[in-house]
Design a protein around this ligand. Structure first.
Ligand code: ADP
Length: 393
Protein backbone atom coordinates (compact mmCIF):
# COMPACT_ATOMS: atom_id res chain seq x y z
CA UNK A 1 0.00 0.00 0.00
CA UNK A 2 1.50 3.35 -1.04
CA UNK A 3 1.66 6.33 1.31
CA UNK A 4 -0.50 9.42 0.85
CA UNK A 5 -0.13 12.89 2.35
CA UNK A 6 -2.89 15.45 2.67
CA UNK A 7 -1.90 19.13 2.47
CA UNK A 8 -4.29 21.63 4.06
CA UNK A 9 -4.34 25.41 3.73
CA UNK A 10 -7.11 26.76 5.93
CA UNK A 11 -8.28 30.37 5.75
CA UNK A 12 -11.07 32.32 7.37
CA UNK A 13 -13.75 31.20 4.92
CA UNK A 14 -12.17 28.37 2.95
CA UNK A 15 -10.11 25.20 3.26
CA UNK A 16 -7.89 24.34 0.30
CA UNK A 17 -6.42 20.86 0.08
CA UNK A 18 -4.19 18.69 -2.11
CA UNK A 19 -3.64 14.97 -1.89
CA UNK A 20 -0.21 13.58 -2.74
CA UNK A 21 0.76 9.95 -3.18
CA UNK A 22 4.21 8.46 -3.15
CA UNK A 23 5.11 6.95 -6.51
CA UNK A 24 8.53 5.56 -7.37
CA UNK A 25 10.09 7.61 -4.60
CA UNK A 26 8.55 10.97 -5.50
CA UNK A 27 5.39 12.73 -4.43
CA UNK A 28 2.67 13.19 -7.05
CA UNK A 29 -0.36 15.39 -6.58
CA UNK A 30 -3.45 13.33 -7.48
CA UNK A 31 -6.34 15.48 -6.28
CA UNK A 32 -6.73 19.08 -5.23
CA UNK A 33 -9.71 21.17 -4.30
CA UNK A 34 -11.37 23.38 -1.78
CA UNK A 35 -14.39 24.07 0.31
CA UNK A 36 -15.15 27.77 0.19
CA UNK A 37 -17.87 30.00 1.61
CA UNK A 38 -17.70 28.06 4.91
CA UNK A 39 -20.07 30.46 6.70
CA UNK A 40 -22.18 31.76 3.81
CA UNK A 41 -22.69 29.41 0.88
CA UNK A 42 -20.42 26.37 1.26
CA UNK A 43 -19.25 24.70 -1.94
CA UNK A 44 -16.89 21.76 -2.28
CA UNK A 45 -15.02 20.88 -5.43
CA UNK A 46 -12.23 18.37 -6.02
CA UNK A 47 -10.30 17.98 -9.27
CA UNK A 48 -7.82 15.41 -10.50
CA UNK A 49 -4.31 16.26 -11.66
CA UNK A 50 -5.63 16.99 -15.17
CA UNK A 51 -8.14 19.50 -13.79
CA UNK A 52 -11.26 17.34 -14.30
CA UNK A 53 -13.87 17.62 -11.55
CA UNK A 54 -14.10 14.37 -9.57
CA UNK A 55 -16.49 15.49 -6.85
CA UNK A 56 -18.70 18.49 -6.09
CA UNK A 57 -21.21 19.46 -3.47
CA UNK A 58 -23.09 22.62 -2.46
CA UNK A 59 -24.82 23.09 0.86
CA UNK A 60 -26.97 26.03 -0.16
CA UNK A 61 -27.13 29.71 0.68
CA UNK A 62 -27.05 30.55 4.37
CA UNK A 63 -25.57 27.21 5.54
CA UNK A 64 -23.01 27.58 8.33
CA UNK A 65 -20.77 24.60 7.63
CA UNK A 66 -17.75 26.01 9.48
CA UNK A 67 -14.28 24.48 9.60
CA UNK A 68 -15.45 21.41 11.56
CA UNK A 69 -18.19 20.55 9.08
CA UNK A 70 -15.83 21.14 6.16
CA UNK A 71 -13.19 18.84 7.67
CA UNK A 72 -15.82 16.12 8.20
CA UNK A 73 -16.78 16.29 4.56
CA UNK A 74 -13.16 16.34 3.44
CA UNK A 75 -12.28 13.37 5.68
CA UNK A 76 -15.13 11.33 4.18
CA UNK A 77 -14.11 12.27 0.64
CA UNK A 78 -10.44 11.42 1.27
CA UNK A 79 -11.37 8.05 2.82
CA UNK A 80 -13.33 7.21 -0.31
CA UNK A 81 -10.39 8.18 -2.53
CA UNK A 82 -7.77 6.28 -0.60
CA UNK A 83 -8.72 2.68 -1.30
CA UNK A 84 -5.18 1.80 -2.42
CA UNK A 85 -3.29 4.19 -0.22
CA UNK A 86 -2.64 4.83 3.42
CA UNK A 87 -2.89 8.39 4.76
CA UNK A 88 0.33 8.78 6.74
CA UNK A 89 0.06 12.43 7.64
CA UNK A 90 -1.39 15.87 7.14
CA UNK A 91 0.78 18.90 6.35
CA UNK A 92 -0.61 22.32 7.18
CA UNK A 93 0.32 25.73 5.90
CA UNK A 94 0.69 28.00 8.92
CA UNK A 95 1.46 31.64 8.33
CA UNK A 96 3.54 32.40 11.43
CA UNK A 97 6.26 30.45 13.16
CA UNK A 98 7.72 33.42 15.02
CA UNK A 99 11.47 33.30 15.61
CA UNK A 100 11.36 29.86 17.19
CA UNK A 101 10.17 27.80 14.24
CA UNK A 102 12.90 28.02 11.65
CA UNK A 103 11.79 24.65 10.25
CA UNK A 104 8.53 22.73 9.88
CA UNK A 105 7.51 20.87 13.02
CA UNK A 106 5.47 17.80 13.94
CA UNK A 107 2.49 19.05 15.89
CA UNK A 108 1.10 17.92 19.21
CA UNK A 109 -1.05 19.76 21.76
CA UNK A 110 2.01 21.52 23.21
CA UNK A 111 3.11 22.82 19.82
CA UNK A 112 -0.41 24.10 19.06
CA UNK A 113 -0.34 26.07 22.31
CA UNK A 114 3.04 27.52 21.28
CA UNK A 115 1.69 28.47 17.84
CA UNK A 116 -1.29 30.20 19.43
CA UNK A 117 1.20 32.70 20.87
CA UNK A 118 1.66 34.02 17.34
CA UNK A 119 -2.04 34.80 16.80
CA UNK A 120 -1.52 38.50 17.72
CA UNK A 121 1.19 38.68 15.02
CA UNK A 122 -1.14 37.37 12.29
CA UNK A 123 -4.71 37.69 13.59
CA UNK A 124 -6.30 37.38 10.15
CA UNK A 125 -4.65 34.05 9.31
CA UNK A 126 -3.05 32.21 12.23
CA UNK A 127 -6.29 31.29 14.10
CA UNK A 128 -7.78 29.77 10.94
CA UNK A 129 -4.58 27.89 10.10
CA UNK A 130 -4.63 26.32 13.58
CA UNK A 131 -8.33 25.36 13.68
CA UNK A 132 -8.05 22.21 11.53
CA UNK A 133 -4.91 21.13 13.40
CA UNK A 134 -6.74 21.34 16.70
CA UNK A 135 -9.83 19.59 15.33
CA UNK A 136 -7.77 16.73 13.88
CA UNK A 137 -5.77 16.34 17.12
CA UNK A 138 -9.08 15.85 18.95
CA UNK A 139 -10.72 13.61 16.39
CA UNK A 140 -7.84 11.57 15.05
CA UNK A 141 -5.07 11.74 17.65
CA UNK A 142 -3.18 8.92 15.89
CA UNK A 143 -2.87 10.89 12.64
CA UNK A 144 0.51 12.62 12.29
CA UNK A 145 0.37 16.35 11.56
CA UNK A 146 3.08 18.74 10.46
CA UNK A 147 3.00 22.56 10.44
CA UNK A 148 4.98 24.39 7.74
CA UNK A 149 5.48 28.12 8.16
CA UNK A 150 5.54 31.03 5.73
CA UNK A 151 8.08 32.81 7.92
CA UNK A 152 10.69 30.07 8.45
CA UNK A 153 12.60 30.49 5.19
CA UNK A 154 13.46 34.10 6.07
CA UNK A 155 15.09 33.33 9.40
CA UNK A 156 18.40 33.24 7.54
CA UNK A 157 18.08 37.03 7.00
CA UNK A 158 20.87 38.90 8.77
CA UNK A 159 19.74 40.55 12.01
CA UNK A 160 20.02 43.98 10.43
CA UNK A 161 17.57 43.04 7.68
CA UNK A 162 15.03 42.00 10.31
CA UNK A 163 15.32 45.18 12.35
CA UNK A 164 13.01 48.21 12.41
CA UNK A 165 14.56 51.45 13.65
CA UNK A 166 12.45 51.48 16.81
CA UNK A 167 13.43 51.19 20.49
CA UNK A 168 15.08 47.92 21.47
CA UNK A 169 12.36 46.82 23.90
CA UNK A 170 9.82 46.69 21.06
CA UNK A 171 12.25 44.80 18.83
CA UNK A 172 12.91 42.35 21.67
CA UNK A 173 9.15 41.91 22.09
CA UNK A 174 8.93 40.70 18.49
CA UNK A 175 8.21 43.85 16.48
CA UNK A 176 10.54 43.06 13.59
CA UNK A 177 10.54 42.02 9.97
CA UNK A 178 9.56 38.35 9.60
CA UNK A 179 8.90 38.01 5.86
CA UNK A 180 6.29 35.71 4.27
CA UNK A 181 5.66 33.51 1.19
CA UNK A 182 8.59 31.46 2.51
CA UNK A 183 7.27 28.12 1.25
CA UNK A 184 7.06 29.49 -2.27
CA UNK A 185 10.61 30.87 -2.13
CA UNK A 186 11.89 27.65 -0.61
CA UNK A 187 10.32 25.69 -3.46
CA UNK A 188 11.88 28.00 -6.08
CA UNK A 189 15.27 27.73 -4.34
CA UNK A 190 14.90 23.93 -4.41
CA UNK A 191 14.32 23.75 -8.20
CA UNK A 192 16.62 26.59 -9.26
CA UNK A 193 19.71 24.33 -9.50
CA UNK A 194 17.94 22.32 -12.24
CA UNK A 195 17.45 25.50 -14.29
CA UNK A 196 20.43 27.70 -13.55
CA UNK A 197 23.40 26.51 -11.49
CA UNK A 198 24.98 29.97 -11.51
CA UNK A 199 21.82 31.59 -10.09
CA UNK A 200 21.37 28.81 -7.53
CA UNK A 201 24.86 29.43 -6.18
CA UNK A 202 24.73 33.19 -6.76
CA UNK A 203 22.49 36.23 -6.32
CA UNK A 204 18.85 35.91 -7.34
CA UNK A 205 15.72 37.97 -6.80
CA UNK A 206 12.46 36.00 -6.86
CA UNK A 207 9.18 37.81 -7.56
CA UNK A 208 6.15 36.01 -6.10
CA UNK A 209 3.34 37.90 -7.83
CA UNK A 210 -0.03 36.43 -6.90
CA UNK A 211 -3.00 38.00 -5.11
CA UNK A 212 -0.48 38.48 -2.36
CA UNK A 213 2.83 39.70 -3.76
CA UNK A 214 6.36 39.93 -2.44
CA UNK A 215 9.97 39.69 -3.55
CA UNK A 216 12.86 37.86 -1.97
CA UNK A 217 16.63 38.17 -2.35
CA UNK A 218 18.40 34.79 -2.39
CA UNK A 219 22.14 34.42 -1.84
CA UNK A 220 23.19 30.84 -2.67
CA UNK A 221 19.55 29.76 -2.23
CA UNK A 222 19.15 31.35 1.23
CA UNK A 223 16.84 34.30 1.92
CA UNK A 224 18.78 37.43 2.89
CA UNK A 225 16.02 40.06 2.50
CA UNK A 226 12.41 40.35 1.39
CA UNK A 227 9.79 43.00 0.83
CA UNK A 228 7.25 41.85 3.42
CA UNK A 229 7.86 42.79 7.01
CA UNK A 230 6.09 42.44 10.36
CA UNK A 231 2.95 41.52 8.44
CA UNK A 232 2.05 40.46 4.92
CA UNK A 233 0.71 43.94 4.10
CA UNK A 234 4.19 45.48 3.64
CA UNK A 235 6.23 45.82 0.45
CA UNK A 236 4.61 45.66 -2.99
CA UNK A 237 1.06 46.76 -3.76
CA UNK A 238 -1.05 43.58 -4.10
CA UNK A 239 -4.53 42.64 -5.27
CA UNK A 240 -6.22 44.43 -2.36
CA UNK A 241 -3.32 45.25 0.02
CA UNK A 242 -1.55 48.59 -0.13
CA UNK A 243 2.04 47.45 0.40
CA UNK A 244 4.54 49.86 1.94
CA UNK A 245 2.90 53.02 3.18
CA UNK A 246 4.24 55.92 5.25
CA UNK A 247 3.20 55.10 8.85
CA UNK A 248 2.26 58.77 9.12
CA UNK A 249 -0.70 58.01 6.84
CA UNK A 250 -2.09 55.65 9.49
CA UNK A 251 -1.81 58.38 12.16
CA UNK A 252 -3.50 60.86 9.83
CA UNK A 253 -6.39 58.44 9.23
CA UNK A 254 -6.83 57.99 12.97
CA UNK A 255 -6.52 61.65 13.93
CA UNK A 256 -8.20 63.40 11.01
CA UNK A 257 -10.62 60.75 9.71
CA UNK A 258 -11.54 59.16 13.03
CA UNK A 259 -10.74 55.69 11.71
CA UNK A 260 -10.11 52.93 14.25
CA UNK A 261 -7.87 49.88 13.88
CA UNK A 262 -10.58 47.74 12.26
CA UNK A 263 -11.46 50.41 9.68
CA UNK A 264 -7.78 50.91 8.82
CA UNK A 265 -7.26 47.16 8.63
CA UNK A 266 -10.10 46.91 6.11
CA UNK A 267 -8.65 49.78 4.11
CA UNK A 268 -5.07 48.51 3.89
CA UNK A 269 -5.84 44.77 3.51
CA UNK A 270 -9.07 44.69 1.50
CA UNK A 271 -9.68 47.99 -0.25
CA UNK A 272 -6.25 49.06 -1.50
CA UNK A 273 -3.66 47.77 -3.96
CA UNK A 274 -4.78 47.10 -7.54
CA UNK A 275 -8.43 47.26 -6.47
CA UNK A 276 -8.09 50.52 -4.57
CA UNK A 277 -6.09 52.38 -7.20
CA UNK A 278 -8.17 51.19 -10.15
CA UNK A 279 -11.55 51.19 -8.44
CA UNK A 280 -12.26 48.34 -10.88
CA UNK A 281 -10.76 45.03 -9.83
CA UNK A 282 -8.02 43.28 -7.85
CA UNK A 283 -7.58 40.83 -10.74
CA UNK A 284 -4.63 41.59 -12.99
CA UNK A 285 -6.32 39.94 -15.99
CA UNK A 286 -9.28 42.33 -15.73
CA UNK A 287 -6.99 45.34 -15.45
CA UNK A 288 -4.80 44.30 -18.39
CA UNK A 289 -7.92 43.88 -20.53
CA UNK A 290 -9.34 47.28 -19.54
CA UNK A 291 -9.01 50.57 -21.46
CA UNK A 292 -9.82 52.56 -18.35
CA UNK A 293 -7.06 55.01 -17.34
CA UNK A 294 -7.47 54.01 -13.69
CA UNK A 295 -6.63 50.40 -14.60
CA UNK A 296 -3.54 51.68 -16.42
CA UNK A 297 -2.52 53.72 -13.37
CA UNK A 298 -2.90 50.71 -11.06
CA UNK A 299 -0.66 48.59 -13.32
CA UNK A 300 1.86 51.43 -13.76
CA UNK A 301 2.12 51.82 -9.98
CA UNK A 302 2.44 48.04 -9.51
CA UNK A 303 5.32 47.84 -11.99
CA UNK A 304 6.97 50.99 -10.62
CA UNK A 305 6.97 49.61 -7.07
CA UNK A 306 8.49 46.35 -8.32
CA UNK A 307 11.22 48.38 -10.04
CA UNK A 308 11.99 50.25 -6.81
CA UNK A 309 12.00 47.12 -4.64
CA UNK A 310 14.16 45.28 -7.17
CA UNK A 311 16.80 47.99 -6.84
CA UNK A 312 16.64 47.70 -3.06
CA UNK A 313 17.00 43.90 -3.03
CA UNK A 314 19.88 44.00 -5.53
CA UNK A 315 21.57 46.51 -3.21
CA UNK A 316 21.05 44.11 -0.28
CA UNK A 317 22.62 41.31 -2.36
CA UNK A 318 25.43 43.49 -3.73
CA UNK A 319 24.81 42.25 -7.28
CA UNK A 320 22.48 40.16 -9.39
CA UNK A 321 22.75 36.93 -11.41
CA UNK A 322 19.09 36.12 -12.05
CA UNK A 323 15.48 37.23 -11.71
CA UNK A 324 12.73 34.62 -11.26
CA UNK A 325 9.00 35.27 -11.74
CA UNK A 326 6.45 33.04 -10.05
CA UNK A 327 2.80 32.78 -8.81
CA UNK A 328 -0.37 33.77 -10.73
CA UNK A 329 0.85 36.99 -12.37
CA UNK A 330 4.54 36.03 -12.48
CA UNK A 331 3.82 32.69 -14.17
CA UNK A 332 1.07 33.82 -16.53
CA UNK A 333 1.52 37.41 -17.56
CA UNK A 334 4.14 38.00 -20.29
CA UNK A 335 3.12 41.65 -20.32
CA UNK A 336 3.95 42.32 -16.67
CA UNK A 337 7.18 40.29 -16.94
CA UNK A 338 8.23 42.26 -20.00
CA UNK A 339 7.60 45.61 -18.32
CA UNK A 340 9.52 44.56 -15.20
CA UNK A 341 12.45 43.26 -17.27
CA UNK A 342 12.56 46.36 -19.46
CA UNK A 343 12.76 48.46 -16.30
CA UNK A 344 15.61 46.23 -15.11
CA UNK A 345 17.75 46.64 -18.22
CA UNK A 346 20.18 48.84 -16.28
CA UNK A 347 20.96 45.78 -14.12
CA UNK A 348 22.19 43.85 -17.16
CA UNK A 349 19.06 41.89 -18.08
CA UNK A 350 17.95 41.54 -21.68
CA UNK A 351 14.59 39.94 -22.41
CA UNK A 352 13.95 37.28 -25.07
CA UNK A 353 10.50 38.46 -26.20
CA UNK A 354 9.54 35.23 -27.95
CA UNK A 355 10.56 33.04 -25.03
CA UNK A 356 8.69 35.38 -22.68
CA UNK A 357 5.53 35.23 -24.81
CA UNK A 358 5.84 31.42 -24.85
CA UNK A 359 6.11 31.27 -21.06
CA UNK A 360 9.80 30.36 -20.68
CA UNK A 361 11.08 28.95 -18.47
CA UNK A 362 14.13 30.94 -19.61
CA UNK A 363 12.92 34.36 -20.75
CA UNK A 364 16.22 36.25 -21.06
CA UNK A 365 18.28 36.49 -24.25
CA UNK A 366 21.29 34.21 -24.71
CA UNK A 367 23.68 37.17 -24.29
CA UNK A 368 21.91 38.61 -21.22
CA UNK A 369 24.37 39.04 -18.34
CA UNK A 370 21.55 38.53 -15.84
CA UNK A 371 19.29 35.53 -16.50
CA UNK A 372 15.49 35.77 -16.23
CA UNK A 373 13.15 32.87 -15.60
CA UNK A 374 9.43 32.14 -15.24
CA UNK A 375 9.11 29.13 -12.95
CA UNK A 376 5.82 27.85 -11.49
CA UNK A 377 5.82 27.69 -7.69
CA UNK A 378 4.41 24.76 -5.75
CA UNK A 379 3.89 25.53 -2.08
CA UNK A 380 1.71 22.44 -1.61
CA UNK A 381 4.46 20.11 -2.85
CA UNK A 382 6.92 21.85 -0.53
CA UNK A 383 4.58 21.15 2.41
CA UNK A 384 4.07 17.52 1.30
CA UNK A 385 7.85 17.03 1.06
CA UNK A 386 8.44 18.49 4.52
CA UNK A 387 5.64 16.34 5.94
CA UNK A 388 7.04 13.17 4.40
CA UNK A 389 10.55 13.97 5.61
CA UNK A 390 9.48 14.72 9.19
CA UNK A 391 7.35 11.59 9.43
CA UNK A 392 10.29 9.41 8.44
CA UNK A 393 12.18 10.41 11.60
P1 ADP B 1 -2.99 33.58 -4.67
O1 ADP B 1 -2.03 34.56 -4.07
O2 ADP B 1 -4.41 33.79 -4.22
O3 ADP B 1 -2.54 32.14 -4.67
P2 ADP B 1 -2.44 33.46 -7.53
O4 ADP B 1 -1.01 33.10 -7.37
O5 ADP B 1 -3.37 32.47 -8.11
O6 ADP B 1 -3.06 34.04 -6.20
O7 ADP B 1 -2.48 34.80 -8.44
C1 ADP B 1 -3.67 35.45 -8.72
C2 ADP B 1 -3.35 36.60 -9.65
O8 ADP B 1 -2.80 36.07 -10.86
C3 ADP B 1 -4.59 37.42 -10.06
O9 ADP B 1 -4.28 38.80 -10.02
C4 ADP B 1 -4.80 36.99 -11.51
O10 ADP B 1 -5.37 38.00 -12.26
C5 ADP B 1 -3.37 36.76 -11.94
N1 ADP B 1 -3.32 35.98 -13.18
C6 ADP B 1 -3.63 34.69 -13.39
N2 ADP B 1 -3.51 34.39 -14.70
C7 ADP B 1 -3.12 35.52 -15.35
C8 ADP B 1 -2.81 35.88 -16.69
N3 ADP B 1 -2.91 34.99 -17.67
N4 ADP B 1 -2.43 37.15 -16.95
C9 ADP B 1 -2.32 38.05 -15.97
N5 ADP B 1 -2.59 37.79 -14.68
C10 ADP B 1 -2.98 36.54 -14.37
Amino acid sequence: MADAILVVNAGSSSIKFSLFVSRAGSLCMVIRGQIEGLFTNPRFVAKDDAGAVVSEKSWGDGTQLGHAGALDHLAGFIRGELAEHRLVGVGHRVVHGGLEYTQPVRVDARVVTELEKFVPLAPLHQPHNLTPIRLLLERQPGLAQVACFDTSFHRTNPEIAQRFAIPADLHDAGVRRYGFHGLSYEYIASVLPQHDARAAGGKTVVLHLGNGASMCALASGKSVASTMGFTAVDGLPMGTRCGAIDPGVILYLMDQRGMDARAIEKLIYNQSGLLGVSGISSDMRTLLASDDLRAKLAIDLYVYRIRRELGSLVAALGGLDAIVFTAGIGENSPEIRERVLNDAEWLGVKIDRHANADGGPRISAADSRVAAWAIPTNEELMIARHTQRLLRH
